[in-house]
Design a protein around this ligand. Sequence first.
Ligand code: 5GP
Ligand code: MN
Length: 325
Amino acid sequence: MRVLTADLRAAAELLRTATDVTLLAHVNPDADALGSALALGLALRRRGATVRVSFGPPAEVPETLRVLDVAGLVVPADEVPENPKLLVALDTASAARLGWLENRVATSGQVLVIDHHASNTRFGTHHVVDDTAEATAVLVLAVLDELGEQLDADIARCLYVGLATDTSSFRRATPRTHEIAARLIEAGADPGLMTLLDAHPFAWLPMLGRVLARAVLEPDEAGGLGFVHTSVHRDDMAGVRLEEVESVVDVLRTTVEAEVALVLKEMTPGEWTGSLRARSAVDVRAVAVALGGGGHRLAAGFTTTGTVDEVTQRVRVVLRKSVPT
Ligand code: 5GP
Ligand code: MN
């Protein structure tokens, strides 16, 4: 880890004396964002602080992640105070990624940013930012260690699902990743929870069938390394949760003939949120940034307007320029 000891110390110092803490995850929070916020929130509440966790949109916790909020720390975005004393933003590369709560960055007393995105804009007053960390959960664990806080099963569970999710279930793991996982399991995290997080209702299957039937493979794109793409429209989303929509890219990315996979999701009518994944050679973060988004080298996203064909063409063009020759 490259995070500076001084940054960790400063963050721990800030949290040690905090009496009221607002922890925010990025829009459409995943297991790393929400797990990290809840893990730190649980530890701070145990220390006696008043704690709330929030995000938005969406207005509610994704169903599969509700099991993490054992203490009921999550509050709706409109219940977050106008002037939080201390704001902690987790897994959030820029203030804009806080969505409905973006303005709290300006209205809070102090802002601690804990994140592992290379594109982090360092929008806080304090930063624990390290793009060599495999998950934000790893950085939260480092903060907890610095604070001298012990893990319990509830905290360990939150950190474990973040770590497992962001390493694609330990496919991108170092020996240290497994050491951290071992610590979390010893503290009471149940790895079997990941099976529950990956479970889908039956309605997932016909949705997936329709969306995958529309998938297109373009072996010559992405500098000849292959590009596969599809789109999820409003009517495809009827009757399924966000979790089912988000799962499409995990299937598409397994296409062996394609280095890059793109799923365009019509999250609001006429607006497309793209999920980009690369196997190893292409930096899809650069592609996402060119379209106004961000993320990691092998997993990135953006939101834009236009038709599916227009947006796909924009991605194609950026890909042609960004691919190693
Ligand atoms: P996903 O495709 O799973 O939504 O996102 C993949 C990665 O890209 C995640 O790390 C996510 O935080 C990041 N990401 C997705 N959309 C955006 C965006 O619009 N802006 C930025 N900065 N990052 C994004
Ligand atoms: Mn993350």
